[in-house]
Design a protein around this ligand. Structure first.
Ligand code: SAM
Length: 237
Protein backbone atom coordinates (compact mmCIF):
# COMPACT_ATOMS: atom_id res chain seq x y z
CA UNK A 1 0.00 0.00 0.00
CA UNK A 2 1.06 3.59 -0.66
CA UNK A 3 2.87 5.39 2.19
CA UNK A 4 0.05 7.78 3.14
CA UNK A 5 2.22 9.65 5.67
CA UNK A 6 4.48 10.59 2.77
CA UNK A 7 1.50 11.33 0.53
CA UNK A 8 -0.36 13.59 2.99
CA UNK A 9 1.09 16.91 1.75
CA UNK A 10 0.02 16.33 -1.85
CA UNK A 11 -3.03 14.14 -1.26
CA UNK A 12 -5.85 16.68 -1.65
CA UNK A 13 -4.51 18.41 -4.76
CA UNK A 14 -3.69 15.12 -6.48
CA UNK A 15 -7.11 13.53 -5.80
CA UNK A 16 -9.38 16.19 -7.28
CA UNK A 17 -9.35 18.58 -4.28
CA UNK A 18 -12.60 20.11 -3.08
CA UNK A 19 -14.61 19.47 -6.28
CA UNK A 20 -14.07 15.70 -5.87
CA UNK A 21 -14.69 15.86 -2.11
CA UNK A 22 -17.91 17.85 -2.53
CA UNK A 23 -19.15 15.43 -5.19
CA UNK A 24 -18.35 12.47 -2.92
CA UNK A 25 -20.03 14.12 0.09
CA UNK A 26 -23.16 14.96 -1.92
CA UNK A 27 -23.47 11.33 -3.02
CA UNK A 28 -22.78 10.05 0.51
CA UNK A 29 -25.34 12.51 1.88
CA UNK A 30 -27.99 11.15 -0.47
CA UNK A 31 -27.52 7.70 1.10
CA UNK A 32 -27.12 8.63 4.77
CA UNK A 33 -30.00 8.84 7.24
CA UNK A 34 -31.15 12.31 8.44
CA UNK A 35 -29.28 15.59 8.02
CA UNK A 36 -27.77 15.85 11.47
CA UNK A 37 -26.63 12.26 11.86
CA UNK A 38 -23.27 11.51 13.44
CA UNK A 39 -21.05 9.78 10.87
CA UNK A 40 -17.95 7.69 11.55
CA UNK A 41 -15.71 8.11 8.49
CA UNK A 42 -13.33 5.15 8.19
CA UNK A 43 -10.00 5.93 6.47
CA UNK A 44 -10.93 9.61 6.67
CA UNK A 45 -7.52 10.58 5.26
CA UNK A 46 -7.05 14.36 5.30
CA UNK A 47 -10.72 14.81 6.23
CA UNK A 48 -11.49 16.55 2.95
CA UNK A 49 -14.63 14.46 2.31
CA UNK A 50 -15.67 14.40 5.97
CA UNK A 51 -15.28 18.19 6.11
CA UNK A 52 -17.81 18.47 3.28
CA UNK A 53 -20.18 16.16 5.18
CA UNK A 54 -19.91 18.58 8.11
CA UNK A 55 -21.00 21.38 5.78
CA UNK A 56 -24.26 19.40 5.45
CA UNK A 57 -24.77 19.80 9.21
CA UNK A 58 -23.47 16.38 10.25
CA UNK A 59 -21.12 15.55 13.11
CA UNK A 60 -18.16 13.68 11.63
CA UNK A 61 -15.72 11.45 13.52
CA UNK A 62 -12.69 10.29 11.56
CA UNK A 63 -10.55 7.17 11.91
CA UNK A 64 -7.34 6.60 9.99
CA UNK A 65 -4.11 4.63 10.41
CA UNK A 66 -1.84 7.37 9.07
CA UNK A 67 -0.71 10.07 11.51
CA UNK A 68 0.28 12.31 8.58
CA UNK A 69 -3.19 12.17 7.01
CA UNK A 70 -4.89 12.60 10.40
CA UNK A 71 -2.85 15.73 11.18
CA UNK A 72 -4.66 17.38 8.25
CA UNK A 73 -8.04 15.95 9.21
CA UNK A 74 -7.87 17.29 12.76
CA UNK A 75 -9.09 20.81 12.02
CA UNK A 76 -11.69 19.62 9.52
CA UNK A 77 -13.59 17.01 11.54
CA UNK A 78 -15.31 17.04 14.94
CA UNK A 79 -12.88 14.43 16.31
CA UNK A 80 -10.22 12.10 14.92
CA UNK A 81 -8.82 8.83 16.24
CA UNK A 82 -5.73 7.02 15.01
CA UNK A 83 -6.85 3.42 14.65
CA UNK A 84 -7.10 0.51 12.26
CA UNK A 85 -10.51 0.20 10.63
CA UNK A 86 -10.28 -3.55 11.31
CA UNK A 87 -10.32 -2.95 15.11
CA UNK A 88 -12.43 0.12 15.85
CA UNK A 89 -12.27 1.75 19.31
CA UNK A 90 -16.07 2.20 19.41
CA UNK A 91 -18.72 0.28 21.33
CA UNK A 92 -21.10 -2.21 19.74
CA UNK A 93 -24.27 -0.71 18.24
CA UNK A 94 -23.21 2.86 19.11
CA UNK A 95 -23.41 4.74 15.78
CA UNK A 96 -26.11 5.55 13.21
CA UNK A 97 -23.81 5.79 10.16
CA UNK A 98 -20.38 4.63 8.99
CA UNK A 99 -18.69 5.63 5.72
CA UNK A 100 -15.59 4.38 3.88
CA UNK A 101 -14.44 6.13 0.71
CA UNK A 102 -11.59 4.38 -1.14
CA UNK A 103 -10.67 2.02 1.70
CA UNK A 104 -11.87 -1.48 0.77
CA UNK A 105 -10.00 -1.37 -2.55
CA UNK A 106 -6.71 -0.99 -0.63
CA UNK A 107 -7.11 -4.11 1.49
CA UNK A 108 -6.21 -7.74 0.87
CA UNK A 109 -9.50 -8.68 2.50
CA UNK A 110 -12.45 -6.37 3.12
CA UNK A 111 -14.16 -8.79 5.55
CA UNK A 112 -12.68 -7.44 8.84
CA UNK A 113 -13.66 -3.83 8.00
CA UNK A 114 -17.19 -4.81 7.01
CA UNK A 115 -17.50 -6.84 10.24
CA UNK A 116 -16.35 -3.85 12.31
CA UNK A 117 -18.69 -1.44 10.53
CA UNK A 118 -21.59 -3.81 11.23
CA UNK A 119 -20.56 -4.23 14.88
CA UNK A 120 -20.49 -0.50 15.69
CA UNK A 121 -23.70 0.31 13.78
CA UNK A 122 -26.99 0.60 15.64
CA UNK A 123 -29.84 -1.55 14.36
CA UNK A 124 -31.19 0.26 11.31
CA UNK A 125 -27.88 2.13 10.88
CA UNK A 126 -26.23 2.52 7.49
CA UNK A 127 -22.76 1.68 6.17
CA UNK A 128 -21.85 3.44 2.91
CA UNK A 129 -18.75 2.35 1.03
CA UNK A 130 -17.17 2.81 -2.37
CA UNK A 131 -17.20 -0.37 -4.48
CA UNK A 132 -15.65 -1.42 -7.81
CA UNK A 133 -13.13 1.42 -7.74
CA UNK A 134 -11.01 -0.04 -10.55
CA UNK A 135 -14.01 0.03 -12.89
CA UNK A 136 -14.60 3.76 -12.33
CA UNK A 137 -12.17 4.60 -15.13
CA UNK A 138 -13.99 2.46 -17.68
CA UNK A 139 -15.35 5.78 -19.01
CA UNK A 140 -11.94 6.44 -20.68
CA UNK A 141 -12.63 3.87 -23.34
CA UNK A 142 -9.34 3.85 -25.30
CA UNK A 143 -7.19 3.37 -22.19
CA UNK A 144 -9.66 0.97 -20.61
CA UNK A 145 -9.74 -1.29 -23.67
CA UNK A 146 -5.99 -1.82 -23.22
CA UNK A 147 -5.86 -2.29 -19.43
CA UNK A 148 -9.14 -4.17 -18.76
CA UNK A 149 -7.66 -7.62 -19.59
CA UNK A 150 -5.13 -7.11 -16.77
CA UNK A 151 -7.70 -6.14 -14.12
CA UNK A 152 -8.18 -9.01 -11.64
CA UNK A 153 -11.71 -10.47 -11.76
CA UNK A 154 -12.01 -10.71 -7.96
CA UNK A 155 -11.18 -7.45 -6.20
CA UNK A 156 -11.64 -6.80 -2.46
CA UNK A 157 -14.09 -3.95 -3.15
CA UNK A 158 -16.09 -5.78 -5.83
CA UNK A 159 -19.80 -5.03 -5.28
CA UNK A 160 -20.75 -8.71 -5.37
CA UNK A 161 -18.11 -9.69 -2.84
CA UNK A 162 -18.87 -6.74 -0.53
CA UNK A 163 -22.60 -7.53 -0.64
CA UNK A 164 -21.97 -11.19 0.23
CA UNK A 165 -19.62 -10.34 3.12
CA UNK A 166 -22.05 -7.71 4.39
CA UNK A 167 -24.97 -10.18 4.32
CA UNK A 168 -23.00 -12.46 6.64
CA UNK A 169 -22.78 -9.52 9.10
CA UNK A 170 -26.49 -8.67 8.96
CA UNK A 171 -26.16 -5.78 6.48
CA UNK A 172 -28.35 -5.68 3.39
CA UNK A 173 -27.89 -3.47 0.33
CA UNK A 174 -30.41 -0.67 0.06
CA UNK A 175 -29.26 1.88 -2.53
CA UNK A 176 -26.36 3.08 -4.64
CA UNK A 177 -25.16 6.52 -5.75
CA UNK A 178 -22.34 7.76 -7.95
CA UNK A 179 -19.88 10.64 -7.90
CA UNK A 180 -17.42 12.10 -10.37
CA UNK A 181 -13.70 12.09 -9.62
CA UNK A 182 -13.20 15.71 -10.70
CA UNK A 183 -9.74 16.40 -12.08
CA UNK A 184 -8.85 12.72 -12.12
CA UNK A 185 -8.98 11.81 -15.79
CA UNK A 186 -6.01 9.57 -16.66
CA UNK A 187 -3.44 10.25 -19.36
CA UNK A 188 -1.95 7.34 -21.32
CA UNK A 189 1.59 8.53 -20.51
CA UNK A 190 1.10 8.76 -16.75
CA UNK A 191 -0.56 5.34 -16.67
CA UNK A 192 2.21 3.85 -18.83
CA UNK A 193 4.73 5.10 -16.25
CA UNK A 194 2.81 3.26 -13.48
CA UNK A 195 2.82 0.10 -15.61
CA UNK A 196 6.56 0.43 -16.25
CA UNK A 197 7.29 0.81 -12.52
CA UNK A 198 5.04 -2.19 -11.79
CA UNK A 199 2.60 -0.38 -9.48
CA UNK A 200 -0.42 -0.88 -11.79
CA UNK A 201 -1.39 -3.58 -14.29
CA UNK A 202 2.06 -5.08 -13.79
CA UNK A 203 1.11 -8.24 -15.69
CA UNK A 204 0.81 -6.18 -18.87
CA UNK A 205 4.50 -5.24 -18.54
CA UNK A 206 6.46 -3.45 -21.23
CA UNK A 207 4.11 -4.36 -24.14
CA UNK A 208 1.16 -2.75 -22.34
CA UNK A 209 3.20 0.35 -21.44
CA UNK A 210 4.23 0.72 -25.09
CA UNK A 211 0.66 0.33 -26.35
CA UNK A 212 -0.49 3.02 -23.90
CA UNK A 213 2.30 5.36 -25.03
CA UNK A 214 1.26 4.87 -28.65
CA UNK A 215 -2.32 6.07 -28.08
CA UNK A 216 -3.21 9.41 -29.67
CA UNK A 217 -3.02 12.38 -27.29
CA UNK A 218 -0.73 10.63 -24.78
CA UNK A 219 -0.69 13.62 -22.41
CA UNK A 220 -4.39 14.52 -22.78
CA UNK A 221 -6.47 13.62 -19.70
CA UNK A 222 -9.33 11.29 -20.56
CA UNK A 223 -12.88 11.42 -19.13
CA UNK A 224 -13.20 11.84 -15.39
CA UNK A 225 -13.88 8.61 -13.49
CA UNK A 226 -17.30 7.75 -12.13
CA UNK A 227 -17.21 6.16 -8.66
CA UNK A 228 -19.93 3.99 -7.11
CA UNK A 229 -21.15 4.06 -3.50
CA UNK A 230 -23.15 1.21 -1.99
CA UNK A 231 -25.35 1.73 1.08
CA UNK A 232 -25.96 -1.26 3.37
CA UNK A 233 -28.46 -1.18 6.24
CA UNK A 234 -28.04 -3.11 9.47
CA UNK A 235 -30.89 -5.41 10.48
CA UNK A 236 -33.34 -3.82 12.90
CA UNK A 237 -32.66 -6.26 15.73
C1 SAM B 1 -7.13 6.73 -0.72
S1 SAM B 1 -7.09 7.38 0.91
C2 SAM B 1 -8.81 7.85 1.13
C3 SAM B 1 -8.97 8.99 2.10
C4 SAM B 1 -10.39 9.58 2.17
N1 SAM B 1 -11.38 8.55 2.45
C5 SAM B 1 -10.74 10.32 0.91
O1 SAM B 1 -11.63 9.88 0.18
O2 SAM B 1 -10.10 11.36 0.65
C6 SAM B 1 -6.98 5.91 1.87
C7 SAM B 1 -6.81 6.14 3.37
O3 SAM B 1 -7.00 4.89 4.02
C8 SAM B 1 -6.16 4.83 5.15
N2 SAM B 1 -6.08 3.42 5.55
C9 SAM B 1 -5.61 2.39 4.81
N3 SAM B 1 -5.76 1.22 5.48
C10 SAM B 1 -6.37 1.54 6.66
C11 SAM B 1 -6.83 0.77 7.76
N4 SAM B 1 -6.68 -0.56 7.80
N5 SAM B 1 -7.39 1.41 8.80
C12 SAM B 1 -7.53 2.76 8.79
N6 SAM B 1 -7.13 3.54 7.76
C13 SAM B 1 -6.56 2.93 6.71
C14 SAM B 1 -4.88 5.47 4.65
O4 SAM B 1 -4.05 5.90 5.71
C15 SAM B 1 -5.43 6.63 3.82
O5 SAM B 1 -5.57 7.80 4.58
Amino acid sequence: MLDYDGEADRYDESRGGLPRARAAAAALGSLLPGHHTTVLDLACGTGIVGGCLREQGRTVLGVDRSAGMLARAEGRLDAVVRADARALPFADASLPAVTAVWLLNLLDDAAPVIAEAARVLRPGGVFVTTVDKAAAHAVDSDIDALVAPYRPAELPDGAGRVTALAAAEGLRPVRTARFTGHGQGRTPLALAARVREGSLYAEGGLPLAERLEALPGPTTPRAEPDFTLLALRRRNR
